[in-house]
Write a protein that binds this ligand. Structure first.
Ligand SMILES: [Fe+2]
Ligand SMILES: [Fe+2]
Length: 351
């Protein structure tokens, strides 16, 4: 057993009942680069996509994913200092969906922060979400680490305000996967200005963790400008949801890592063929999920941020475990077992 596995086994052992439930769609994050006397952890849940069918009836499977994550976070030992929800709480941004999601989340026994997802936003541009959860972007300090939350799923005003006959239509267009009518995400001028003034107050050695719903990488319109603002800092990590899969990348001084979803795994069958073109170069694509396992390719991840770099151990239900670690030699995150093209897992063929 190598060092990595040993560390991970210890973590699982310490979590008691948690170890039995091996499909946690959450992350426990330990920030090893905070002052050692102040080391702490936080949990991360993302992409619940609570979806109303009619009245009080909601898609059962999405409900179950979130209910399970909340229950399992409540069992974590050591207790996380706080919980981050990574966005896409709702599927179509409606009050019943957001209310239902908030109600499930209210069983959490920990302080909770929220990130805005596009499925939460495009019905009323975040108005009801703000009433429930507060501002769409903000920052806070915790034990020597500066945390920044951005609304990364905004887009051009022309698309948002002038293109659709109704707010419902706008929401449907943005919710539709790989829809050519969609529009690229961006953070936008207002938040970039705010981010600059927020960062100006910090020493360049301050560890920074940015939470964005979508990855702040090149396919997003103003990603490079945001990366520019973060460039002077020595310890920067961006953690994001939205992609429903394991993804990682290194751009300059910034490590990017995704977390998995509680609702369903990516790739969806119809977009599988597009994986090559959208995945960051380093990423080893996840297998297509087995439709007969409702929790397949959802999972949980233990995250350790040592010296400012995010290392992740992913536990996938009834599937191979994955480990993505920052490689100090190549200075980028890499999959421990599957990084080389020759050692990748062939796509599954269940049907
Ligand atoms: Fe999502
Ligand atoms: Fe999303």
């Amino acid at each position: 057993m190598n060092k990595i596995n040993r560390g991970r086994r210890n973590f699982v052992k310490n979590t008691g009942a948690l170890a039995l439930a091996s499909t946690l769609p959450i992350s426990l994050v330990e920030l090893a680069f905070a002052e050692s006397s102040q080391n702490f952890s936080f949990a991360y849940i993302s992409d619940a996509h609570i979806q109303q069918i009619k009245g009080a009836s909601f898609v059962r499977n999405w409900d179950r994913g979130l209910i399970r994550a909340v229950a399992e976070v409540n069992l974590l030992t050591p207790k996380p200092d706080f919980v981050m929800f990574g966005g896409d709480l709702a599927q179509l941004g409606s009050k019943p969906e957001l209310d239902h999601g908030a109600e499930i989340m209210s069983a959490l026994k920990h302080k909770l922060y929220h990130v805005m997802g596009e499925h939460d936003y495009y019905l009323d541009l975040g108005e009801y979400w703000e009433k429930l959860f507060g501002p769409q972007y903000y920052s806070f300090d915790h034990k020597g680490v500066h945390f920044i939350v951005l609304n990364s799923i905004k887009t051009y005003d022309e698309w948002t305000y002038h293109r659709w006959p109704s707010n419902e239509q706008r929401m449907l267009e943005m919710a539709d996967l790989d829809n050519p009518n969609g529009s690229p995400f961006m953070v936008g001028d207002e938040q970039r200005k705010w981010l600059k003034s927020d960062l100006d107050k910090l020493a360049k050695s301050t560890p920074i963790v940015v939470f964005s719903h979508s990855p702040l990488q090149k396919i997003y319109k103003d990603a490079e400008q945001i990366q520019g603002l973060l460039k002077p800092f020595s310890k920067v990590s961006v953690i994001y949801g939205h992609v429903h899969q394991i993804q990682y990348n290194q751009i300059g001084n910034i490590s990017f890592n995704s977390v998995m979803a509680t609702a369903w795994p990516w790739p969806y069958p119809s977009s599988y063929a597009q994986a090559q073109q959208y995945l960051p170069k380093l990423t080893v694509p996840m297998n297509r999920a087995d439709p007969f396992f409702e929790r397949d390719a959802t999972g949980w991840q233990f995250i350790n941020i040592a010296n400012g770099h995010v290392d992740l151990d992913f536990t996938l239900y009834d599937n191979n475990e994955r480990t993505v670690r920052f490689n100090a030699k190549t200075k980028r995150p890499e999959d421990n077992a599957y990084q080389a093209e020759t050692s990748r897992i062939p796509p599954q063929s269940h049907y």
